[in-house]
Design a binder for this molecule. Structure first.
Ligand SMILES: Cc1cc2nc3c(=O)[nH]c(=O)nc-3n(C[C@H](O)[C@H](O)[C@H](O)COP(=O)(O)OP(=O)(O)OC[C@H]3O[C@@H](n4cnc5c(N)ncnc54)[C@H](O)[C@@H]3O)c2cc1C
Length: 507
């Protein structure tokens, strides 16, 4: 019989919860410690005055990854959660063009949509999708399930990615197939959902558009937070403990092996292995004692963090027919907007934003006849030096004016019954994102796979990582895949005697 090992998961984000479920199924004793009062991390929930908002993620993709995870816990997704397919997935409006683009899974409808902008581009849609499919299958589904602990693990992937054209930029990849600017934007914006600048991230992220077409875009009744709650239930049903409202202050080590965690207030929890779902950069910089060196110090000192987001949560007394469940508004100078947010690091003069209106699908998310709108505006992270107590209110007014004007949501400002916001300062204060970044370290090539935070620490035995800042990366599918990778690395280490109660008892 395998010896029981004590595992502590630091952080109850989706990646932390998914790892806890897998570790419990593998027979570990698991305690999840979350600093906030509610679990879910970026996928948290806000409720006020009859409105419910998912505060972060809203699109569920690759639902079969959830099937897999729920099966690990001995249950079925359908028994725990109701998922509904959205059709179309979202609508894209442009400030500089009266046409819109409905993004959907059906090939003929997509051909018609692209064709309304360019018949030449419509003729290249199948080739684009086929190239994206190959990237998805080899770049995400294969590489996303593998740890890249050694450079040697990564080397064989390079020729494949070169052959698939996945190492050019996403923007460059899309531009090989499509000429019309609106069509290009409809197919290159997806990386923004994980904080990737389409003109800097590799074309591996063409997979993000493809996987939607292949497997759909889904909504969970109750919102993404219903998924978080379901995962929390599975942890507890599996015998795990979730402690909320307690910050892990330090990961304690002896001779470069984890010994346990120290919580704010001084309490200690002993552990044979620790999985950090906290921000990957902050874990090494703030939770490990300074005496513990890193294998690649240059990389840890200056990892590039993603952009941030300004999020506005509006409860309105009426609904807006121009909004679908998901709607994107692309401003007139999209390229400058992206550059400002990710490279120049300034709040842009141009706005491009995304609106989530879940009451379209589930009316109970808002008061009768109203909408619970989440408005997401990408903004620079705190490296911009902005004071968000000043910037926030300024942007709030610009966003509402934009939606009411070019966005066409007539009467928006007069219908707001209640509102809340979340800024880069909240990402730093609440989630310990070092630069108030919304999506962990940037998913650029030199911070991906072997070059991303590894799933197992390269120096400290018994320390593992999961979540958006680690391999394979962000997004719900990314962190679920990552939980599988981390759990498998732990299992292999246990088989080889690198973690376990026996080791601890010997100390
Ligand atoms: C605005 C927004 C919209 C998004 N939209 C989508 C979308 O539509 N679809 C999609 O697939 N993805 C989306 N994403 C990405 C997705 O939400 C994230 O990649 C994913 O939720 C991150 O999960 P994680 O496992 O990295 O944990 P996180 O959510 O980062 O959670 C980490 C947890 O660790 C806790 N923690 C940190 N430090 C400590 C400590 N010292 N002690 C104890 N606990 C600690 C934090 O409080 C937090 O709860 C979006 C993200 C954002 C921000």
């Amino acid at each position: 019989m395998k010896a029981k090992t004590k595992a502590v998961v630091v952080g109850a984000g989706l990646g932390g919860l998914a790892t806890a479920i897998r570790l419990l199924a593998a027979g570990h004793e698991v305690t999840v410690v979350e600093r906030r009062g509610q679990i879910g991390g970026r996928a948290s929930r806000l409720r006020d005055a009859g409105y419910t908002w998912d505060m972060g993620p809203s699109l569920i993709t690759l639902p079969w990854l959830l099937d897999e995870l729920f099966a690990v816990a001995g249950t079925r997704l359908a028994d725990e959660l109701t998922l509904r397919a959205l059709d179309p997935f979202y609508r894209i409006y442009w400030e500089d063009d009266p046409r819109w683009f409905d993004f959907a899974g059906d090939r003929d409808r997509m051909l018609a949509e692209v064709g309304r902008f360019s018949t030449t581009d419509a003729g290249r849609y199948d080739a684009f999708m086929e190239a994206s499919r190959r990237i998805h299958e080899e770049g995400i589904l294969v590489a996303g399930r593998r740890p890249f602990l050694r450079a040697a693990d990564f080397a064989p992937l390079v020729p494949t990615m070169v052959r698939l054209g996945a190492l050019r930029t996403l923007g460059g990849f899309v531009a090989r197939y499509f000429d019309e600017p609106h069509v290009r934007q409809a197919f290159d914006f997806h990386s923004l959902f994980i904080g990737g600048d389409p003109f800097r991230v590799p074309a591996i992220y063409a997979a993000l558009g493809y996987l939607q077409v292949a497997d759909g875009v889904w909504y969970a009744d109750g919102g993404v937070y219903a998924l978080v709650e379901a995962l929390g239930r599975l942890v507890e049903r599996g015998g795990g403990t979730i402690v909320t409202g307690r910050r892990v202050e330090a990961i304690e080590t002896v001779d470069r092996r984890v010994r346990g965690v120290r919580l704010a207030g001084g309490e200690r929890i002993e552990a044979d292995l620790i999985v950090s779902n906290a921000d990957a950069t902050s874990t090494r910089r703030r939770l490990l004692e300074p005496a513990v060196p890193d294998a690649v110090p240059w990389r840890w000192r200056r990892p590039r963090q993603t952009m941030s987001c300004y999020l506005l949560y509006l409860g309105t007394t009426r609904s807006f027919p121009r909004l679908l469940h998901h709607t994107l508004f692309v401003g007139s100078d999209y390229r400058a907007f992206i550059r400002d947010v990710t490279a120049t690091r300034r709040v842009s003069d141009s706005l491009s934003l995304y609106v989530h209106a879940p009451a379209r699908t589930e009316p109970a998310m808002a008061v009768p006849g109203g909408d619970a709108l989440t408005i997401l505006l990408p903004v620079p992270n705190l490296a911009s030096g902005d004071d968000w107590s000043v910037r926030g209110p300024e942007l709030r007014d610009r966003v509402v004016a934009f939606l009411e004007g070019p966005g066409g949501l007539d009467g928006l400002s007069g219908s707001i019954a209640i509102e809340h916001c979340w800024t880069p300062a909240d990402f730093r204060r609440e989630l310990e994102a070092p630069l108030g970044n919304a999506f962990a370290t940037e998913p650029v090539l030199w911070q991906s796979a072997y070059f991303r935070q590894p799933n197992r620490d390269r120096v400290v035995a018994g320390l593992y990582y999961v979540g958006a800042g680690t391999h394979p990366g962000g997004g719900i599918p990314g962190v679920l895949l990552g939980a599988g990778v981390t759990a498998e690395v732990i299992e292999a280490d246990r088989r080889e005697g690198r973690v376990g109660g026996a080791l601890n008892r010997r100390r």
